[in-house]
Design a protein around this ligand. Structure first.
Ligand code: TYM
Length: 329
């Protein structure tokens, strides 16, 4: 069995990108691997330090994890801040992480642009905390979307560096994982870029039928192909990308052919797309609404999860400190 670790920040409800890039893979991996799935509430503080929302957001993600099919009997499901060994490893790792490499991280540079008024040290050291999340369980597989590739590359570098500095073969090099394919990036509905919580272009798992249909019907397209077999514009390509993920190959082929023959009606394409997204999200939505009211169940899950996660984390931390030369009197 391989050890799998992944998490999602608690910064709002989960969207299709989170689902196909991460959560669906969590669910598929949980019975064949030793899995740790967590809610990255500490990471959320780099951008969303709001005491009134912190707990609500954590609860939402937890309900969404469970609703999507994460099984607490199979996976260790926990909240990042319940495992103090993680921030301790983060502190130790930071001693071997260079400010220069952190400053060159794409996500950091993006955040500097987006929140110039709050370029905090947590943002800068975000990759170290993520590496600590992964390394604390000595994970080898990390199911994430494409946008996390660079962070994972840094985790591998930090692992190699630790091993080489201390002359040990201790940390493995974790690989990103996507079920059956390469890492994916779900585009947004507004024509360009990826679907993202802060982009306002999301379909959420919790969206009701009417809201979801409206969003999809309003997604950006173009004036339609003018000559047969013309290349697709980015907004149209994006709709096809989502269609390929949620629909059957036959459906995709049908619309490809319509497009290539200049017979496509984008309204039909969108209707189909909404239909196929709803097939996935509506049952999850129903379960979210159920679980959201079951505080007792959620409490049990994260309590047991924290215990299991801490056991594994404490072992690694103990060994790391020993390697680094800490000794008790
Ligand atoms: P976060 O919270 O931004 O996103 C959670 C997961 O969703 C994936 N994702 C997408 N995948 C495909 N298409 C999209 N449009 C899309 N948008 C988001 C992300 O790739 C991610 O897998 N740093 C992480 C959280 C984290 C973590 C970790 C992950 C903290 N520690 C340790 C793995 C292991 C993050 O911000 O993800």
């Amino acid at each position: 069995k391989e050890t799998v670790v992944s998490g999602i920040r608690s910064t709002g409800n989960l969207h299709l990108g989170n689902y196909y890039g991460a959560l669906r893979n969590f669910v598929k991996m949980q019975y064949e691997n030793n899995c740790f799935f967590f809610i990255a509430d500490l990471h959320s503080l780099t951008t969303h330090p709001d005491p009134a929302l912190l707990h609500v957001n954590v609860k939402n993600i937890l309900a969404e994890y469970l609703a999507a099919g994460l099984d607490p009997e199979a996976s260790t499901i926990f909240i990042q801040s319940d495992v103090p060994e993680i921030p301790e490893l983060y502190l130790l790792l930071n001693m071997h992480v260079y400010v220069g490499e952190l400053e060159r991280t794409v996500s950091f540079k993006e955040k500097v642009r987006k929140q110039p008024e709050n370029v905090n040290a947590g943002l800068l050291t975000y990759p170290t905390l993520m590496a600590a999340d992964i390394m604390i369980h000595k994970a080898t597989k990390v199911p994430v979307g494409k946008d996390q590739e660079q962070h994972l590359e840094m985790t591998r570098r930090f692992s190699r560096r630790f091993n080489s500095i201390y002359g040990v073969e201790y940390f493995p090099e974790p690989a990103s994982y996507n079920f059956g394919a390469e890492s994916i990036k779900i585009p947004g509905l507004n024509g360009t870029g990826k679907m993202g919580k802060s982009e306002g272009n999301c379909v959420y798992l919790i969206d009701d039928e009417k809201t979801l249909r409206k969003k999809v019907m309003r997604s950006v397209t173009d004036e339609g192909p003018q000559v047969p077999n013309s290349p697709k514009s980015e907004p149209v390509e994006n709709l096809f990308t989502i269609l390929k993920i949620v629909s059957t190959p036959d459906t995709v082929e049908y619309f490809e052919e319509k497009y290539n023959n200049c017979e496509i009606r984008y309204g039909d394409l969108k209707k189909q797309l909404a239909e196929d997204i709803l097939k996935v999200t509506l049952p999850i939505r129903e379960r979210i609404l159920d679980i959201q009211n079951n505080d007792e169940y959620m409490r049990k899950v994260v309590k047991a999860g924290a215990e299991k996660a801490r056991e594994s984390a404490a072992k690694t931390l103990r060994e790391v400190k020993e390697i680094m030369g800490f000794k008790s009197f």
